[in-house]
Design a protein around this ligand. Sequence first.
Ligand code: SF4
Length: 257
Amino acid sequence: MIEIYKKLPKTNCGECGDTTCTAFALKVMNAQRKIQDCPYVAAEKDTLVLNKAIVTMDDNYSRVSNELEEEAKRVNFRETSAVIGGRYEIEDGTEKIKLKMMNMPYEVRREGLFEDGKYCPDSWSKIIIYDYVRRKGSRPLTGEWVTLGYFPNTASHVKAFQRNAEEKIAIKFNYDKEGLKIRCRELGGVAGQGKMKADYVYQFDLLPKIPLYLCFWDADDEFPASCKLFLDSSAEDYIDIEYLAYLVERFVEIFVQ
Ligand code: SF4
C-alpha cells in the first residue's frame, strides 16, 4: 500500500471520491479501485516497483483474486450453492457450483473458475464471483430499489456511475426504443413494471441473487431520453460494494457495445 501511496500526489484533494490519498491507496491495494481513478496518475505509471521487481496493477488484481479463490474453495459447495442461487453438481467426481453472471454461465470448481466450460483467466470475473461465493449472502430480496449511492462508501463511484453508466445508455438509445428492447432481451432482461413509473423497466440478474433494474424514459419534445439503474437494497449482503460498482459498470459496457 505504501508503494501505491508514493505514486499519488498526496494532496487529499478528494477528486477520486475518496477523502484521502491513503484511503484511495488502500482500495487500490484491495483491487477495489483502479489507480487510474486518480486523475493525477499518468497511465504509464501503472506499475509498482517492489523488491526491485516490476509489479503491474494486473499483478495486483491477480493477487487479490488468488486470495479470494483460496477462501471460496474452502466453502461447502453444496450448502453454499443453495444459499447463493447456484446449482450444485458433481460431474466425473468434480464438485461444481454453477451460476450465471450477466447471463454468462460459470462454474466454480476446486481447481478454479471456468467460463462456458473453459478455464477463466480474467481476474475481475474471479474477484467478483469468488467474493460472491465466499460471502454466502443469505438476505432475502427486500423489494426496496435503491441507487448505488444508497450503499455506504460509494461516494467515489456515484458521479462516474451517472456519467459512465446511466447517461451512456440514455444517449445510446435516445429515439431508439426498439434497439433498447432488443438489447435488453439479448442480455436476458425480463420486461416488467416495478416500483418506478418508467416507459420501460427491465430486470437483469447480475448474479443469481443480485438483480439490476433498468428504468428508461423516452425522449419527448422537451427532454432527451433518460435512464436510471436500481439495485435491491440486499445487494451489500452478497458482494463488496466496490466490486458491485465495477460489476454494474461492466454490465453497461457490454450493454452499449
Ligand atoms: S484524486 Fe484521490 S488519490 Fe488522487 S490526489 Fe486526490 S485524493 Fe489523492
